[in-house]
Design a protein around this ligand. Structure first.
Ligand SMILES: CC(=O)N[C@H]1[C@@H](OP(=O)(O)OP(=O)(O)OC[C@H]2O[C@@H](n3ccc(=O)[nH]c3=O)[C@H](O)[C@@H]2O)O[C@H](CO)[C@@H](O)[C@@H]1O[C@H](C)C(=O)N[C@@H](C)C(=O)N[C@H](CCC(=O)O)C(=O)O
Ligand SMILES: Nc1ncnc2c1ncn2[C@@H]1O[C@H](COP(=O)(O)OP(=O)(O)OP(=O)(O)O)[C@@H](O)[C@H]1O
Ligand SMILES: N[C@H](CCC[C@H](N)C(=O)O)C(=O)O
Ligand SMILES: [Mg+2]
Length: 513
């Protein structure tokens, strides 16, 4: 027997105007309640269509499936098929996100998305501050959770850089209606774009920071990774929205050219190109930050940026471009750029060793970021001193970056201490070996406690220590073990993982006492 709705392909949300009363949406059968739409998503680990029976039992009124999935695959009996609407949609993840937007309405007035391999968190944080300092009620959303300027350290860390569609729309709706937030700057990860988590949103401005090696475990090659990032501009930017693009990056230049050719609004930024709208014309480091001269639409402005790291000059240009695109004047933006807050765990000075070496914590977890952070610190190391780096690579993530990061650390640091960084379900020693395979000068320093101790004890008074890759994270992601110490498997046969409290920053401070 065929479902009452099953034979008809469903275009979009119009189905719901025809007397079908629905009360909520979820993509997790365990969360279904009476009157819900269950969106059956085929994921990396599970196939949501297998859970339709459970969704039906819990009171689903409609089930959305990818078109092409036969009704027989849903495992519903004849009775269920007569009672439940089967909605067949071309892209069930995107459909889900749009439904989330519909069930949780009320978006902040100004929405900006930032994508790129590195710099998203820093850029959205700066943009939030520029808005806030100009009187807007603003938050940033991303790797650090939800943050306002006044509560930079206390807000929730959500676990994903870009929240799942339902969490996102509930938050945006509450931010607008309960908390009166008008401006949101959010990170748009390539995973989220590819998985349609953002399909319920249209951005007023979108930022492209860069595209370098990462996440090939998921995207497979750089072209596919780029296509995922480009979706923010091709599909999620309002027709009259503005793209803010780093044209020093070859993919950024390509994207800017494509958008300009289709008569979209584009603001470019660059360290090198005088043709760009914002150009860094001069930069001088000082102990507490850096002095920048930035040409903004042809007018050179001075900015005393209170933060270290050349890459933060790129990120502040991106944020200034987006602030201007969303209504602030160049003068206001320049004035407030000197007041942006430090970003937790991004080239953050945490302590000084008893011998006198500063210890920085940074979130560089890609080859390009590691290269940037080591090159940024090198000029600050006296010629008698050494640059130490402590880092590892995440387990169950892109393996191709491991030897590359080993090579960079070997070449650009004087001492590279290799340790564990969220091994997840992988063997920590194997990850460390893979890093060292690319950088023979790297030293296997064992677990984080040992590695931090080695670096801090060995660093002399003229040295600098940087602990890269974990930034603000105060945990390690490890397998859950049973009482015999054996890893526990989840229902799809993979290691169940948990976050275990481990704060580099606390350990560094205690070792530096
Ligand atoms: C690989 C990946 O990105 N996976 C994400 C994806 O999960 P998935 O769709 O593959 O889920 P799945 O576990 O296979 O389940 C499939 C479907 O069955 C459903 N299900 C499952 C069990 C059940 O009993 N009933 C049921 O209905 C699930 O709810 C789901 O809808 O969608 C989920 C909801 O949005 C995410 O939580 C999940 O993120 C995982 C945990 C993850 O680690 N993602 C990382 C890689 C990620 O997204 N990282 C980026 C940052 C990247 C950057 O650095 O730029 C991020 O945005 O955080
Ligand atoms: N514009 C940039 N170019 C290159 N490297 C950068 C840039 N901005 C930051 N970095 C490096 O990348 C690290 C992470 O920065 P940030 O957290 O802002 O990036 P992200 O894109 O949000 O990362 P994630 O993908 O984990 O969310 C920094 O600690 C720094 O080492
Ligand atoms: N958002 C990044 C964070 C990586 C941080 C690093 N500590 C790790 O766990 O690999 C990712 O999902 O790749
Ligand atoms: Mg981030």
């Amino acid at each position: 027997m065929r479902s009452r709705f099953g034979a008809e392909p469903v275009g979009d949300l119009s189905q719901f105007n025809e007397g079908l009363y629905l009360f909520g949406v979820t993509d997790d059968s365990r969360d279904v309640r009476f009157g819900y739409v269950f969106c059956a998503v085929r994921g990396e680990k599970q196939d949501g269509t297998k859970f339709c029976r459970q969704a039906a039992a819990k009171g689903a009124q409609a089930i959305a499936v990818q078109s092409g999935v036969p009704v027989s695959a849903l495992g519903l009996n004849d009775y269920e098929l007569t009672k439940i609407a089967i909605l067949r949609v071309p892209d069930v993840r995107a459909f889900y996100a749009r439904l989330c937007a519909r069930f949780h309405p009320g978006l902040p007035d100004t929405m900006v998305g930032a994508t790129g391999t590195n710099g998203k968190t820093s850029t959205v944080s700066f943009l939030r501050d520029l808005w806030d300092l100009n009187g807007k009620s603003a938050v940033s959303l991303g790797t650090l959770g939800i943050q306002s300027r006044s509560h930079a350290r206390t807000n929730l860390e959500a676990g994903l850089t870009t929240f799942d569609a339902k969490t996102l729309h509930i938050m945006l709706s509450e931010l607008k209606t309960v908390h009166g937030i008008s401006n949101v700057a959010m990170e748009a990860s390539s995973h989220a774009l590819h998985q349609g988590r953002l399909a319920g949103l249209a951005f007023d401005a979108a930022i492209f920071t860069n595209l370098t090696l990462d996440h090939l475990d998921y995207h497979k090659d750089m072209d596919a990774y780029y296509v995922a990032k480009a979706m923010l501009f091709r599909e999620r930017l309002k027709p009259d929205g503005t793209a803010i693009i780093n044209v020093d990056d070859p993919r950024g230049a390509e994207l800017a050219a494509e958008l300009k050719a289709s008569r979209r609004r584009v603001i470019t930024y660059s360290r090198r190109s005088p043709a760009s709208d914002l150009q860094l014309v001069n930069r001088k480091s000082r102990p507490a930050g850096q002095d920048l001269e930035v040409s903004i639409f042809g007018r050179v402005c001075s900015i005393a940026l209170p933060l270290a790291g050349e890459f933060q000059a790129d990120n502040i240009m991106a944020a200034m471009g987006a602030a201007i695109a969303t209504g602030l004047t160049a003068d206001h933006v320049v004035e407030q750029a000197a007041k942006v807050s430090p970003v937790p765990g991004r080239l953050e000075l945490v302590a000084t060793t008893p011998a006198g070496a500063p210890v920085y914590v940074d979130y560089a977890h890609t080859p390009d970021a590691l290269e940037n952070v080591l090159s940024s610190l090198r000029p600050h190391v006296p010629h008698t001193g050494r640059l130490h780096v402590v880092f590892g690579c995440g387990g169950d993530r892109d393996t191709s970056k491991r030897p590359k990061m080993g090579d960079i650390a070997s070449r650009l640091a004087d001492r590279a201490w290799i340790t564990d960084d969220n091994p997840r379900s992988e063997e920590p020693t194997a990850i460390r070996k893979a890093i060292i395979a690319g950088g023979p000068a790297c030293v296997d320093a064992g677990d984080r406690q040992s590695a931090l101790r080695c670096a801090i004890e060995e660093a002399g008074g003229s040295d600098i220590v940087v602990v890269a890759g974990k930034g603000h994270e105060d945990y390690q992601i490890l397998p859950v073990r049973n009482e015999l110490g054996a890893p526990i498997l989840d229902e799809s046969g993979r290691f169940e993982l948990e976050k275990v409290l481990f704060s580099d920053q606390d350990l560094i401070r205690s070792l530096c006492r």
